[in-house]
Design a protein around this ligand. Structure first.
Ligand code: ADP
Ligand code: MG
Length: 238
């Protein structure tokens, strides 16, 4: 579970093509980071995978199932938004339970899944608090909890740490990596931060103007950047 294949997908907004034909294979359990400068198409690519945007052409296959025409809720993926997407008037428990409520899951199952997620995320003591009473890191964990309860085939993160301060960002990086180890679920993670990419990824996808410049492990990109753009972006000496 968690294998995502992109076959010759493209995306245009009006007559502007922001993603030229693109192929990519994301393997089961992999931590894949899309990295590149602002405006290069990282969010668009993630939103195409999530189904929040429709591809202009090409197709998407998730775990062997054609997913191109499936709505987001049917793709089995969970997008993790920045923590400010939490509902301030709801308790942590209700925030985490929200997607299950929407799916009309029965209450006993909701309780079980929320309890498990809270345990994994060290939020057990905060379930009755409101987001405003939590630290930035805890709030981000609640946002992740909302994805965990859906038991997705893959987690999709779009710059989840960009509104945290630098020290907290370093902490949360480690926490998300640990969560990946623990859940062994595919994670696709978007960032413009090279350090984040190098420290978290199994596989880095370097994007430049909607084009994949190189795909490889952090070490491969560092030691054998394919071109000047990758070298410059990753910070290796080529
Ligand atoms: P990144 O996440 O790497 O910063 P985006 O995927 O947000 O980049 O944007 C890639 C390009 O697509 C940019 O030129 C942006 O202006 C354009 N774009 C993104 N979303 C839309 C939209 N809904 N309508 C028109 N243009 C868009
Ligand atoms: Mg973006």
């Amino acid at each position: 579970m968690g294998r995502i294949t992109l076959n010759q997908i493209t995306k245009s907004f009006g007559d502007k093509q922001v993603i030229p034909p693109l192929d990519l294979e994301i393997n089961d359990g992999e931590f894949v980071v899309f990295v590149g400068p602002s405006g290069c198409g990282k969010s668009t690519l993630l939103r195409l995978i999530a189904g929040l945007e429709d591809v202009s052409s090409g197709d998407i296959v998730i775990d062997g199932t054609p997913a191109t025409d499936l709505p987001p809720a049917k793709r089995g993926l969970a997008m993790v938004f920045q923590s400010y997407a939490l509902y301030p008037h709801m308790s942590v428990r209700k925030n985490i339970a929200f997607p299950l409520k929407m799916a009309k899951t029965d209450q006993a199952e909701i309780d079980r899944k929320v309890t498990n997620a809270a345990e994994v995320l060290n939020l057990t003591d905060y379930l009755d608090n409101r987001p405003g009473q939590l630290s930035g890191g805890q709030r981000q964990r609640v946002a992740i909890g909302r994805a965990i309860v859906r038991e997705p085939a893959a987690f999709l993160f779009d710059e989840p740490l960009s509104n945290l301060d630098a020290a907290l960002r370093v902490n949360m990086r480690a926490e998300i990596s640990e969560l990946h180890q623990q859940l062994a679920t595919t994670m696709v993670y978007v960032t413009h931060d090279q350090v984040e990419a190098m420290t978290m990824a199994d596989k880095i996808v370097v994007l430049h103007a909607g084009v994949i410049e190189q795909v490889g492990s952090p070490l491969e990109l560092y030691e054998r950047p394919r071109n000047r753009f990758v070298a410059g972006f990753i910070g290796s000496p080529k």
